[in-house]
Ligand binder design. Structure first.
Ligand code: URA
Length: 210
């Protein structure tokens, strides 16, 4: 992917995103919509995956048919909200390996604190898709990418539902080689680091913790 930021403006994505932003949407509805949007965003982020061909027999004749060229994929969920995006991508790419980065945001400093890291083997040979619904300050996203790079990853993409201008800038500054795919570039962050207009706390909304 050549662009640093891709905003997927497909009508289905935008429609579902509006439903997710609405504070009246139930926890179950929010989770279902997140899975559905993630699949549509994953379609975009995997668009340039290399293809090769294989010989198959259709009921009519033999053909050389396209098939993924086998660059292995690792999905990395940035806990905890990233887990809401995992299932959607795994339904499309069931053979992907899965890793987890546990970071929480210190509410005072807004800086990320690491509490867990587990990644699949051979990250250096994989396309790594890191998922986190909210690219807010960019601090935890950038820290998660740091950890993935330290573990060997060199072809990383970042998939999120909403991005703030501040978060995109931070990622561009620290990880210009990591393309971002999102459903919306929102207006700004508030003083607590929440995205406006946003959708609130994505983890709380998907797990019903508030
Ligand atoms: N994390 C969230 O869940 N929501 C925001 O608006 C910002 C960070």
């Amino acid at each position: 992917m050549s662009d640093h930021l891709t905003v997927v403006d497909h009508p289905l994505v935008q429609h579902k995103l509006t439903l997710m932003r609405d504070k009246g949407t139930s926890t179950a509805g929010f989770r279902r919509l997140l899975r559905e949007i993630t699949q549509l965003l994953a379609y975009e982020i995997t668009r340039e995956m290399p293809l090769t061909t294989t010989t198959i027999d259709t009921p009519m004749e033999e053909m050389e048919a396209p098939i993924l060229a086998g660059k292995k994929l690792a999905l990395v969920s940035i806990l905890r909200a990233g887990n809401g995006m995992l299932d959607g991508v795994l339904e499309l790419i069931p053979s992907a390996r899965v890793g987890f980065v546990g970071l929480y945001r210190d509410e005072e400093t807004l800086q990320p604190v690491q509490y867990y890291f587990k990644a699949p083997e051979g990250l250096k040979d994989r396309l790594v898709i890191a998922v986190d619904p909210m690219l807010a300050t960019g601090n935890s996203s950038a820290a998660a990418i740091d950890l993935l790079k330290e573990a060997g990853a060199n072809d990383i993409r970042f998939l999120c539902l909403l991005a703030s201008p501040e978060g995109v800038e931070r990622m561009k500054e620290l990880h210009p080689d990591v393309p971002i795919v999102t459903a919306s570039l929102d207006r700004q962050l508030n003083e607590k680091g929440y995205i406006l207009p946003g959708l609130g706390d994505a983890g709380d909304r998907m797990f019903g913790t508030k």
